[in-house]
Design a protein around this ligand. Structure first.
Ligand SMILES: C[S@@+](CC[C@H](N)C(=O)[O-])C[C@H]1O[C@@H](n2cnc3c(N)ncnc32)[C@H](O)[C@@H]1O
Length: 258
């Protein structure tokens, strides 16, 4: 055997010794759901650490007050469905005595969200917490909801058309859909090093953990399903370009006569 052949044999043996077990371990972790479970834990941990500071910013508070303005115009306390509610950080904006239904697919939020509703949302009646997905709200009857809320959730969806169709199904005529959505703003440019860093390094990590795709601009889709939509774009004081621009949207599901 030549020296080259001996080297090659040694490399192949090393590969077989180290690479094969790593691949087998990866496949086992993937198919037993260990990666998914770790990702969901990381998502809930990150949200609980990051969201309180961003929600406390006066500009964010003002934007959310503007978003939920018409929520206070319902004649009787509304039935509110919040989808992808995370830790239920919007409860402080909801009217007294509202009935509150939560849909959150990540079970790691279950304890923190119940704690938060008990504390900051004591003025609400927590009716139910479902581990469903926005694409198919199995437990929510058609035309049973006055106000459907999604904040920082639209960026998680692969098919927003399905989600908006399902939102229309569960809303009562006269009900409203409230969306708070961050996206890569109109001035973001691939030429700035900062945008490059965020777009190709930070965002893929966030996408992996949070399933967040900030490249979506969703106005046309909202208007297709909800022609009666009031929508504005605001710039918030976030350092990250992909968090800075927000779409604030309040849509009405028309009554038959409208
Ligand atoms: C970035 S967090 C936002 C949490 C909360 N809405 C807020 O504003 O703080 C995104 C949330 O959407 C949830 N989510 C992801 N995919 C979803 C889906 N298909 N249906 C419903 N919720 C989903 C996640 O579990 C997570 O709680």
């Amino acid at each position: 055997m030549s020296e080259v052949d001996a080297h090659l044999g040694c490399h192949l043996q090393c590969l077989a010794t180290y690479l094969v077990p790593v691949i087998v371990l990866f496949v086992v972790l993937k198919f037993t759901g260990v990666f998914r479970s770790l990702r969901l834990k990381a998502q809930s941990f990150a949200m609980q650490k990051l969201a309180p500071a961003s929600d406390a910013l006066p500009a964010v508070k003002n934007a959310k007050k503007a978003l939920f303005k018409t929520l206070h115009d319902f004649k009787t306390p509304p039935v509110i469905l919040e989808v992808g509610a995370g830790e239920c950080r919007n409860v402080e904006y909801y009217p007294d005595n509202s009935s509150y239904i939560v849909v959150e697919p990540n079970k790691n939020f279950d304890q923190p969200l119940r704690k938060r509703v008990a504390e900051a949302g004591a003025h609400l009646k927590l009716e139910a917490v479902y581990t469903d997905y926005a694409e198919k709200l199995e437990h929510v009857e058609s035309e049973s909801i006055d106000a459907y809320v999604m904040t920082h959730v639209m960026c998680c969806f692969k098919d927003i058309e399905v989600v908006l169709k399902e939102a229309r199904r569960v809303l009562k005529p006269g009900g409203r859909l409230y969306i708070f959505h961050h996206f890569v703003g109109p001035n973001a440019s691939i030429r700035t090093p900062r945008f490059f860093l965020e777009h190709y390094i930070i965002m893929p990590i966030l996408t992996g953990i949070m399933e967040c795709n900030p490249d979506m601009y969703i106005e046309a889709a909202i208007r297709r399903h909800f022609p009666k939509t009031d929508l504005q774009i605001v710039e918030l004081p976030f350092n990250m370009i992909s968090l800075r621009y927000h779409l604030i949207s309040d849509s009405l599901k028309e009554r038959i006569s409208e």
